[in-house]
Ligand binder design. Sequence first.
Ligand SMILES: [Zn+2]
Length: 270
Amino acid sequence: MTAHDPLLPAVGASAVSSPALTEPVEDYLKAIYELESRFGAAATSDVASALAVAPASVTGMVRRLATQGFLDHVPYRGVQLTPRGRHAALRTIRRHRILECYLTGVLGYSWDLVHDEAERLEHAASDELIERMASALGHPTADPHGAPIPTVDGMVEERPHRTLAELPVGETARMLRVSDKNPSLLRYLADIALQPGAEVTMVSRAPFDGPLTLRIGHTEFAVGPTLAAQVLVEAMPFAAPAVAPDAADAVVAPSATAPSLPKSRKSTVR
Ligand SMILES: [Zn+2]
């Protein structure tokens, strides 16, 4: 029955082994996955704004995707992915994040320029090409922005985290992740060396939503709480003195003090 739907030309029993999902379908499933990760379900209006399309077209596509077994309706809340839909979404996300790794790690792109390229290439690259890229990179587990890369089997490891804005004064954490969608934010974070793997200490916090003073390496920076709320950090393996962020990879390797470090950083930046 799927063969009659022009949007879904040849979906087989396994979405992963079938490369035939169309670009709009892949974008819908990916957007719904991201909304569901944040809110538990994806409301039609949120899908519409995420994809910059009219709510009416979302309604039609959502109905179609539900008929095809990719989505379930959740009363009053929107939709959720079925296991099949989730698998297909994670496949696209894997492709996107490996492409971003390849663009930064091999082709020398800066991290603020790779998202738009990956958005286009994720639909076009063959599975063969993506897996060769992953292999050439040493099978990275996180993209340049710190987002975990799903496995070929559709498994994804979300690490425990909180936002930088929540870090108590005097505590040091490791920068884990930031959204890839705001190039100017990414450029600013690169300027202050706040990138995945960097150690950051909350020095002080002005009252009434005032600026936060951070120490990154040996330098202090004042940032707004809005920025800090967009940066995810993870706990240090144990209390350790802060190191210069650009030396973080080199420092952790010989001492074996940090078994849970995002190892992929090494492969994505080599
Ligand atoms: Zn991206």
